[in-house]
Design a protein around this ligand. Structure first.
Ligand code: GDP
Ligand code: IMO
Ligand code: MG
Length: 422
């Protein structure tokens, strides 16, 4: 059984926790897009792990974790993460496979990310990790791949071309001093050496796994509305987050995918700029942010918070063919007197239920809410769906109806045990 797990909102839905839980039942856990802009949290007992590049299944013994070709790798961040795991006694040697075809985030990508942001009238609020510029170079056909770092001759040629072009642009457009070839060349050759034992032909590896009927879990990063094609462009990331991204990002054919699970918070959050129709007023946002610890796992920025938006959720479900839902952070709503779900958007006197891509419309819509009575009970100790308060069941049933997908996992806390299988 090969399963794709994706975020249905603007990221940070709790994918890391759900991937960790599902990992015990699979053979391979595969990241297929994004880079170290992701921050996936897994809590085991009282210890919290945050993964940026390494698949969230790495804590399980006997699993193969793959960073597939669709991911962009910042070697510095990867090496830091490997050392962090080593320090925590987690073995990685035979478990981690990195695609030769992953594009590499170079120092000029990180710098360009920040410089571009500083010049934008409407800032995206990127993570500043160089993700956009690295994907831009990939598409412009001047990117440097992991396999290039392992071949000093090829790497030298490619880096020379890049530094020549980038230094000129950086000096003329951004008034930046440019880059030193020798320094970057020797540093990245060294990174290549450190990564080499993990590097392999991952499309072949995964195709072989499919042939042998092994089970694969594809771990999405970010969320549907950060997808480069379907998200709230330009306030998005630079990769295909939706289930469609799995095939390009791994070399596994669409016919090999059996199931798509969507991870979704019982409310909504967003980090960075861009439209957010159901965003709370300041007081409620502060309450939920505190209770839900809504601060970015990568940048530490406070996350914007809002009501559950069934319009975006329904769209996300159909974009990726989501059949099952993992709803997270229900416990965060425990103390509220009333809880709302956005069921439609009102614009110029008309109510509609489809997500609009026109910014003028998105900026001026008024969410239409269905409001529910809160349950005012601690759900974090509940382990059976039938033990949930009636008002919580009503809320969840309406949510399922509105977005046409079935809840199979319900999360009521960050720990592994704080999970209900429905
Ligand atoms: P990801 O990027 O989708 O993996 O999500 P993050 O790890 O960035 O953010 C989710 C945060 O919520 C993490 O701090 C998790 O430990 C935490 N979390 C996950 N599920 C639950 C839950 O059901 N309840 C609560 N209170 N916290 C949760
Ligand atoms: P996980 O996998 C939440 C957001 C950034 C910014 C936009 C573009 O933890 O859910 P980028 O650096 O990618 O060019 O930034 O995307 N963003 C995320 N928001 N969770 C993430 O990942 C994110 N990765 C990127 O805040 O708005
Ligand atoms: Mg996150």
């Amino acid at each position: 059984m090969n399963t794709v797990l994706i975020g249905l909102q603007w990221g940070d839905e709790g994918k890391g926790k759900i991937v960790d839980i599902l990992s015990s039942g699979v053979d391979y856990i595969v990241r297929y897009q994004g880079g170290n802009n992701a921050g996936h949290t897994v809590v085991v007992e009282d210890k919290e792990f945050v993964f940026h590049l390494i698949p969230s299944g790495i804590l399980h013994k006997g699993k193969i974790c793959v960073i597939a070709n669709g991911v962009v790798i910042d070697p510095e961040s990867l090496i830091f993460e490997l050392e962090y795991l080593k320090k925590n006694g987690i073995s990685i040697d035979n478990k981690l496979k990195i695609s030769q075809l992953c594009h590499v985030i170079m120092p000029y990508h990180r710098i360009l990310d920040k410089l571009r942001e500083s010049k934008r009238a409407h800032k995206i609020g990127t993570t500043g990790r160089g993700i956009g510029p690295c994907y831009s170079d990939k598409i412009s056909r001047c990117g440097i791949r992991v396999i290039d770092l392992l071949n000093p001759k090829v790497f030298k040629e490619k880096l020379k071309d890049n530094i020549k072009e980038k230094s000129e642009i950086f000096q003329k457009v951004y008034n930046h001093s440019g880059f030193d070839f020798d320094e970057i060349y020797s540093k990245y050759l060294d990174y290549g050496k450190k990564m080499s034992k993990f590097v392999s032909n991952t499309p072949l590896l995964l195709q072989e796994a499919v042939r042998k009927n092994k089970s694969i879990l594809f771990e999405g990063a970010q969320g549907t509305f950060l997808d480069i094609d379907f998200g709230t462009y330009p306030f998005v990331t630079s990769s295909n987050v939706t289930a469609g991204g799995v095939c390009n990002g791994t070399g596994v054919a669409p016919t090999a995918i059996d199931k798509v699970i969507g991870v979704i918070k019982a409310y909504t959050t967003r980090v960075g700029q861009g439209p957010f129709p159901t965003e709370f007023h300041d007081e409620l946002a502060a309450f939920i942010r505190k209770k839900g610890k809504e601060f970015g796992a990568t940048t530490g920025r406070p996350r914007r918070c809002g009501w559950f938006d069934a319009v975006i959720a329904k769209y996300a479900v159909s974009l990726s063919g989501v059949g099952e839902l993992a709803v997270t952070k229900l416990d965060v709503l425990d103390d509220l007197k009333e809880i709302s779900i956005c069921t439609g958007y009102k614009y110029k006197g008309k109510i509609f239920h489809e997500f609009p891509h026109d910014f003028e419309v998105l900026d001026n819509i008024c969410p239409v809410y269905k409001t529910f009575k809160g349950w005012n009970k601690d759900t974090s100790k509940v382990r059976k769906f039938s033990d949930l308060p009636k008002n919580a069941v009503d809320y969840l049933s309406r949510l399922e109806d509105l977005i046409s997908a079935k809840i199979t996992i319900l999360s009521v806390g960050s720990k592994r045990a704080e999970t209900i299988f429905c």
